[in-house]
Design a protein around this ligand. Structure first.
Ligand code: ZN
Ligand code: FE
Ligand code: FE
Ligand code: ZN
Length: 266
């Protein structure tokens, strides 16, 4: 198995050193891991009230630390990735920043609707006063734009808008699910089964089963990540995730080297 979504303390909301994440992956016998810490929002000219990413000047240190870890004698292969915020008005700036960057893979995630960091527990109360169908529409429009931006290899936690348990009925979700699977396929982009949602109020993986099934039908490649923000979260719920992936028909997971996709058996 692989874990392609792990953080480091540089993002100000994760615990443990990268070497401890690696040690946990070794203990579990994972084949490959990918660090995907939050890419510096400062490089995009954004300074949210709560720091959720490394500082721009920390990026070179992050890169060299993960690389050094990968060059050590490990049983687990270590890949260098980043989780990058998709901000529609920053597409050009981001394209320049990522051009020639040394990452094996780049996860594109939507955490912001306007300046609302809706995945942050401290800002979750805003859901209560929000127009939920409108918020969902805006969220998925951003996901579709992220898919067609050509900036990313993987779309992160693709329905994380449900994180705090604010849900629309399935019949209202269906058009969002269908369009999402279609846009992923059209842009030949991979998504992750992100297991962190199981521990959030949402209580299930990102994405949930209906969208996962549609992606499988479309033949969209999938990868797997725990979104670990602490070493003990590495590989969390992976038995369940693997069973679910196989149940819906997946037999491979996508892996990346210098932003080229290949696959390994599931
Ligand atoms: Zn995070
Ligand atoms: Fe994220
Ligand atoms: Fe993450
Ligand atoms: Zn994440």
């Amino acid at each position: 198995m692989i874990d392609y979504h792990m953080h480091t303390p540089l993002c100000h909301h994760a615990l443990g050193e990268p070497a401890e994440y690696l040690a946990e992956a070794c203990r579990q016998g994972l084949l490959e891991i990918g660090f995907a810490d939050h890419y510096p929002l400062g490089l995009l000219g954004i300074e949210p009230k709560n720091k959720v990413s490394m500082d721009p000047e920390e990026l070179p240190g992050y890169i060299s630390e993960i690389r050094a870890l990968g060059e050590g004698q490990n049983r687990v292969r270590v890949k260098l990735g980043a989780e990058v915020d998709y901000l529609p008005e920053k597409e050009k700036a981001l394209a320049r920043l990522l051009d020639g960057a040394p990452f094996d893979f780049v996860i594109g995630s939507v955490h912001f609707i306007g300046d609302w960091d809706f995945t942050h527990p401290r800002h979750a109360e805003k859901y209560e006063s929000a127009d939920l169908p409108q918020i969902y529409r805006r969220y998925f429009e951003l996901i579709w734009q992220a898919c067609s931006s050509g900036l990313f290899d993987i779309i992160g936690h693709i329905d994380v808008i449900k994180k705090f348990g604010h849900r629309l009925p399935d019949r209202e979700m269906e058009p969002f699910w269908k369009e999402t699977a279609r846009v992923l396929k059209k842009n030949d982009i991979c998504f992750e089964l992100n297991t962190a949602g199981r521990a959030a109020p949402a209580g299930e993986f990102y994405p949930g089963r209906p969208l996962l099934e549609l992606c499988r039908e479309e033949g969209v490649p999938v990868t797997l990540g725990s979104d670990a923000h602490a070493p003990e979260q590495v590989g969390r719920y992976f038995d369940e995730a693997r069973a679910l992936l196989r149940e819906v028909g997946y037999r491979e997971l996508a892996v990346f080297t210098k932003r080229r996709r290949s696959s390994i058996p599931l």
